[in-house]
Write a protein that binds this ligand. Structure first.
Ligand SMILES: Cc1ncc(COP(=O)(O)O)c(C=O)c1O
Length: 487
């Protein structure tokens, strides 16, 4: 073995190398944070040309590898903390989340078994208990941290599917899917996240299994249409295995009528999964917690902490109301969760997760809650929701801008409106505004669709952003729109 032992360990040499590498990286981050630009504005072609892997026989050493990462990765990264970076549900992170990452990464615990993560296992379990209490679930620890909303939604749908088959005496886990699968349906709104479709395809039921329920003027699931789709399904001999309600749709931030959906589902014993990947942040809100009334009625819930909880990627959770449903995905591996261990009361989280090896992302939320406290956490969450309302009012006053919908969470949907132009040309112009701003490196504004027509989106998660910052951004949207229009 060469002198330069690259493994992190307790040896003096390794500790010195660790400290040097971390110090060099931290210094580079500090310089990057001071960069005024949101993005250096390089194109796809320029980055492809510039970035090349240098995997040499002798190795470059830590210092040079870090220098190259700074040059080729850091300098051309997007500054997610920049006030003009508001395209997506992509948050700037808490400082304490960064500190937690240092601990998570250095210890490299794996959350599948107790003997790979003793204290971490207990912390995650206690945090799940706490999250359940926030939702209004019965006491217990049924739930697990996940890589994010897509995985949590997959767990909800998979357990809904398997509970549905189990009621008919069939174990999907043992025997796979059976029967006329084209009759099995999931209902969700037209604005639900696309992971519903992707997950249903992954589960062998295809996109065709997803029945879209219409939405109202605020992008929320329309209850009348839900009742009608349920009745149609029955008349067609279809079997509804789940309804997915959304608490915070990706664009409009719409929260479906959770309690009413749960009541309709209960009449037919249908599993309700609530995708609260975004809106779940309101669990901590002082002003808007009531938006989530009815969440406690769901059979399972998706929460995402790398959205409006300001944790670094990745950090999500899945909560299951009735722990007995976990039996549906139980698998015993002698080396991880043996009967012997379980009889001795040794906890393991592999039985609750789709993943085996898994990061200790729960630490970030744990430290975030402790560091910020309830009041400050509530403030930074409420800030975005309140700011979106102020921005919407301002947009409504601008002759060249059109507000597409009143905000419900922390997003604003709007359009640049030229004096003349048909729907298609206005849509194209707005697409080009979004592209031009990113290409200039000055701003990242979302480009999406509302009612099938292109519009712009501001996702105002960042609690350091104020109305004045957004006014500056909107002025550049208008200037860019005018320039493109006159070109
Ligand atoms: C409502 C909703 N659900 C689920 C997801 C997927 O979450 P993730 O990207 O963490 O997998 C998103 C992503 O934006 C979302 O907006």
């Amino acid at each position: 073995m060469s002198d330069l032992n690259p493994i992190l360990s307790g040896s003096a040499q390794s500790i010195a190398a660790y400290q040097e590498a971390i110090e060099q990286s931290t210094q580079a981050v500090v310089q990057w944070l001071k960069q005024p630009e949101m993005y250096q504005g390089k194109t796809v072609a320029e980055l492809r040309e510039r970035i090349n892997l240098e995997f040499t026989s002798q190795g470059l050493g830590n210092q040079a590898a870090i220098e190259r990462a700074v040059e080729y990765f850091l300098k051309d990264s997007l500054s997610v903390h920049h006030p003009q970076c508001v395209a997506h549900l992509h948050c700037p992170s808490l400082v304490i989340s960064q500190a937690a990452e240092v601990l998570i990464n250095a210890t490299n615990q794996s959350m599948d078994s107790w003997d790979q993560s003793p204290s971490a296992t207990i912390i995650e379990m206690k945090l799940i208990e706490w999250l359940r209490a926030q939702v209004g679930y019965p006491a217990g620890d049924a739930g697990v941290f996940t890589s994010g909303g897509t995985q949590s939604n997959l767990m909800g749908l998979m357990l809904a599917r398997d509970a549905f088959f189990a009621r008919q005496g069939h174990s999907v886990q043992q025997h796979g899917l059976t029967g006329n699968l084209s009759k099995i349906k999931v209902l969700c709104s037209e604005n639900a996240h696309f992971s519903v479709q992707k997950n249903m395809a992954l589960m062998g039921l295809g996109y065709q299994s997803v029945t879209l329920v219409k939405t109202d003027a605020f992008s929320r699931m329309d209850l009348n249409d839900l009742a009608q789709k349920l009745a149609e399904a029955k008349a067609n001999g279809e079997l509804v295995m789940a309804i997915v309600a959304t608490a915070g749709t990706t664009d409009a931030g719409a929260i479906d009528p959770l309690a009413d959906i749960a009541a309709l589902a209960a009449e037919q014993q249908i599993w309700v999964h609530v995708d609260a990947a975004w809106g779940g942040a309101l669990l901590l809100s002082e002003k808007y917690r009531h938006f989530l009334n009815g969440l406690e009625l769901a059979d399972s819930v998706t929460l995402d902490f790398h959205k409006q909880f300001f944790q670094t990627i990745s950090c999500g959770a899945f909560l299951l109301k009735d722990a007995r449903h976990y039996q549906l995905m139980r698998y015993q591996a002698a080396y991880l969760n043996s009967d012997f261990d379980e009889e001795q009361g040794v906890p393991n989280l592999v039985s609750k997760s789709l993943q085996t090896t898994r990061r200790f992302d729960a630490l970030k939320l744990w430290m975030g809650l402790e560091a910020l406290g309830k009041k400050q956490y509530a403030e930074i969450i409420d800030n975005g929701v309140t700011l979106a309302q102020q921005v919407a009012e301002f947009v409504g006053e601008q002759p060249q801008l059109e507000l597409v919908m009143q905000p419900q969470l922390a997003s604003v949907l709007f359009r640049f409106r030229p004096e003349k132009g048909d729907t298609a040309s206005v849509a194209l112009l707005n697409q080009r505004i979004g592209d031009a701003l990113l290409a200039s490196g000055s701003a990242n504004v979302g480009v999406t669709e509302a009612d099938g027509v292109t519009c712009l989106k501001l996702t105002l998660l960042n609690p350091t952003v104020c109305l004045e910052d957004v006014k500056v951004l909107l002025a550049s949207v208008v200037a860019c729109g005018q320039q493109l229009q006159n070109a």
